[in-house]
Design a protein around this ligand. Structure first.
Ligand SMILES: [Fe+2]
Ligand SMILES: [Fe+2]
Length: 262
């Protein structure tokens, strides 16, 4: 039985410095996600939405795309995770992954509720969402998690920009909650990737790192081209956006490396 105590979530710690997660087992992660779901505060919709006409124009279409992206079922991911978990005898990994996916869907639900309150329609599907889904289906767990993590790193930069782009209290609280969750998501996925990459040659590590960086750059450019209005409203031109993206990417690589060499 695990001796871990789930620590209270800290506001925006540096991804690699967030305390207390090193050495968490899948059972610990499962408990963390369950506890998070049970204690999540409701968004303060009673305080009202305060978006200017310009903010509605720049933010809502972008949020509708992210809302769709956060609402996936993760069917392929769960299928390859089951094969992996059976092979290594990690009985809690798939339940933890299910809870993780439920947390992502909660992000989708919060965004959906916000769009509904604004009277802005939800999307059935988006080409970015279809693209990420197609890439995740290419191969086994390592590729699926790598693609997912690329989206998570981009999400961290995006939600920080979205929070800054508006003074609406409800929207800012929504972004705070998602950002707090994403710090944990990066560790959850990084630990798994590190474990999967253990024992690989130094060349293999370099190749994997280069692939992740290239994927982040390519996907990051696509997201920029679609959501630039949000980033620009937050005072984040392309160069600064890329800088933040790769800084988060580097932090994530450190999580992988720490686990790989443990
Ligand atoms: Fe999310
Ligand atoms: Fe996430």
């Amino acid at each position: 039985m695990s001796v871990m105590t789930v620590e209270p979530c800290v506001k925006h710690p540096g991804c690699s410095e967030a305390p207390g997660m090193r050495g968490w087992t899948s059972a610990d992660w499962l408990r963390h996600f369950e506890q998070r779901a049970a204690t999540r505060p409701a968004l303060p919709f009673e305080r009202g939405i305060s978006l200017s006409t310009d903010e509605r124009r720049d933010l809502l279409p972008s949020m509708a795309i992210f809302q769709r992206g956060e609402s996936g079922t993760g069917r392929h991911l769960l299928r390859v995770a089951e094969i992996h978990a059976r092979a290594i005898g990690d009985v809690d990994y798939v339940p933890a992954l299910r809870q993780f996916l439920a947390e992502e869907n909660t992000h989708g639900a919060m965004l959906g509720a916000y769009l509904d309150t604004c009277g802005y329609p939800r999307l059935e599907q988006t080409w970015t969402d279809n693209g990420f889904r197609w890439a995740r289906h290419l191969s086994g767990l390592e590729v699926a998690v790598s693609v997912l993590v690329t989206a998570e790193v981009i999400a961290m930069v995006y939600y920080a920009a979205l929070r800054k782009a508006s003074s609406c209290l409800v929207l800012r609280e929504l972004c705070e909650q998602v950002l707090d969750d994403e710090v944990y998501h990066l560790h959850f996925q990084g630990v798994r990737l590190g474990g999967l990459q253990r024992g690989r040659s130094r060349f293999g590590h370099r190749w994997t790192t280069a692939m992740l960086t290239a994927m982040l750059e390519a996907a990051g450019r696509l997201v920029w081209s679609t959501h630039r209005a949000v980033f620009l409203r937050a005072g984040l031109p392309l160069a600064s956006y890329r800088h933040r993206l790769h800084r988060h990417g580097a932090m994530f690589q450190r999580i992988i490396a720490t686990e790989r060499e443990a």
